[in-house]
Design a protein around this ligand. Structure first.
Ligand code: MG
Length: 159
C-alpha cells in the first residue's frame, strides 16, 4: 500500500450579501465568503490537499477563476471533479483533517453536519473526516478583516 500526504490552504474575506457556505453547507451568519465561485474556502483547501497529494495541478489551474464557466460555481462540483482525477490517478482518500480559523461564524455547532457533508463529497466514512474551528483571538489582521482562513491536510491511499 502506498501513502501520500497533501496540504491545502485558503483564505476568503467574509462580506455582507453572500451566503455563508463552508464545508458544503450553509451556516446562519450575516456575512459569507466572497469569491468568484461560492467562496467555500473549506472545499477549496481540501481540493488543493487531495490534488496536491496525488501530484496533480492545483485548484486555480484546474478550475481558473477567470473562466466565466466557474462564476458562482458550486465548489462541491469543483471538489467532485478533482476527486475524479485523484481516483483516476489510482488514489483514494484515507483521511482529511481541517482547521477553520475565523472570528465567526462559530464552527462547533456545525461540526457534525460539516463532517457528514465532507464525508459524502469525499466518498469516505464520517470518521475519516475531521473539522475544528479556531478563533483568531482578535489578534491578527485576519480577525479585523472579517475573514475565514482554512488549512486542510489529506492522506491518500493507493487503490
Ligand atoms: Mg478559494
Amino acid at each position: 500500500m502506498k501513502l501520500r500526504i497533501g496540504l491545502g490552504t485558503d483564505i476568503h474575506r467574509l462580506v455582507e450579501g453572500r451566503p455563508c457556505i463552508l464545508g458544503g453547507i450553509q451556516l446562519p451568519h450575516p456575512t459569507g465568503p466572497s469569491g468568484h465561485s461560492d467562496g467555500d474556502a473549506v472545499l477549496h483547501a481540501i481540493t488543493d490537499a487531495i490534488t496536491g497529494a496525488a501530484g496533480l495541478d492545483d485548484i486555480g489551474t484546474l478550475f481558473p477563476d477567470d473562466d466565466p464557466h466557474h462564476k458562482n460555481a458550486d465548489s462541491k462540483g469543483l471538489l467532485r471533479g478533482a476527486l475524479d482525477l485523484v481516483h483516476e490517478a489510482g488514489w483514494k482518500v484515507g483521511n482529511v483533517d481541517v482547521v477553520i480559523g475565523t472570528e465567526g461564524p462559530k464552527i462547533k455547532p456545525h461540526r457534525a453536519a460539516m463532517r457528514e457533508s465532507l464525508a459524502a463529497l469525499l466518498q469516505v466514512d464520517v470518521d475519516q473526516v475531521n473539522v475544528k474551528g479556531k478563533t483568531l483571538e482578535g489578534m491578527t489582521e485576519l480577525a479585523h478583516g472579517n475573514a475565514v482562513s482554512v488549512q486542510a491536510v489529506c492522506l491518500l491511499v493507493s487503490n
